[in-house]
Design a protein around this ligand. Structure first.
Ligand code: CP
Length: 303
């Protein structure tokens, strides 16, 4: 039985295969509409979500399966003190596969050690978000056709941004990829990831200036400064407007730049950018559903 806790649980070949399946689902949705008949997905979300939870649910419904779950810790027995382990052992009696989001880093991994059904990490604290990365990779593949030799700018909250951490781990495995980390000093990429990049000899630079980085980028991955990760409201208020992408700031960008954002956004991308053909963040949302369909099929062992 396979779970997905970290993006590097999947080999490059497995990711290629998921992307191939997702592209086939996009081209031939009818082929897949009964693949999960009589299968149930449980979505256990101990933290708020719009895209991840609803895309998992839409994915399972479009595969012909059904969905159970909860969308907040307060509406489950965790509010009475039940452990994550006991919750997943219970839910495994009702469902064939579980997607779990939890504010504590490592909670989905602990759950996977106790569960009788596959667990999918749908985001754990500021740590990892592997299925967002699968959505990001499908989007990059469909926009660029390849992952090799891309210059990827990561902008905003690189400290707590779990989507950034997972995306770096995924893209680091492709030839010639380099990263430009754009953040205020207080939200720099964690030391453990810097250490991993240096050990693997993967080129990266760090800057506070989005303007300086812009002309070099093939991918610009914007992120939100996450109020919910700060201990101190004053720090959040000081940092929240560090970067606001506007059409003017895109003037020096490449014509084939792809602008990604895991969403939700607050104000870090002006709505005026949405009409730019380089804006891909709503395509990412849709791609997230298709790649989650492919992942559910793989983890359930459905041909
Ligand atoms: N990208 C993402 O994880 O969005 P939600 O928090 O809405 O699920």
């Amino acid at each position: 039985m396979r779970s997905l806790i970290d993006i590097i649980d999947l080999s490059v070949e497995e990711i290629d295969s998921l992307i191939t399946t997702a592209n086939d689902i996009i081209a031939n949705p009818d082929k897949y509409c009964e693949k999960c008949n009589r299968k149930k997905l449980a979505t256990l979300f101990f933290e708020p979500s719009t895209r991840t939870r609803l895309s998992f649910e839409a994915a399972m419904l479009e595969l012909g399966g059904s969905v159970i779950g909860f969308s907040g810790a307060d509406s489950s027995s965790s509010a009475k003190g039940e452990s994550v382990s006991d919750t997943v052992r219970t839910v495994g009696c009702y469902a064939d596969i579980i997607a779990m989001r939890h504010p504590k880093e490592g909670a989905p991994m602990i759950a996977s050690m106790r569960s009788s059904v596959p667990i999918i990490n749908a985001g754990d604290g500021g740590h990892n978000h592997p299925t967002q990365t699968l959505a990001d990779l499908l989007t990059i593949q469909r926009e660029k056709g390849h992952f090799d030799h891309l210059t990827v700018g990561l902008c905003g909250d690189l400290k707590f941004g779990r989507t950034v951490h997972s995306l770096i781990h995924a893209l680091s495995r492709y030839e010639g990829v380099q990263f430009i980390m754009i953040s205020p000093d207080e939200l720099k990429i964690p030391d453990y990831i810097v250490h991993e990049l240096e050990t693997a000899g993967i080129p990266y630079t760090e800057t506070r200036s989005l303007e300086e980085a812009m002309p070099h980028l093939d991918i610009l991955y914007m992120t939100r400064v996450q109020r919910e990760r700060f201990f101190n409201e004053a720090d959040y208020i000081r940092l929240k407007d560090s970067y606001v992408l506007t059409p003017e700031k895109l003037t020096p960008a490449k014509r084939d730049l792809s602008i990604l954002h895991p969403l939700p956004r607050v104000n870090e991308i002006s709505v005026a950018v949405d009409n730019d053909p380089r804006a891909c963040y709503f395509k990412q949302v849709l791609n997230g559903k298709f790649i989650r369909m492919a992942l559910i099929l793989k983890l359930l062992g459905v041909e």
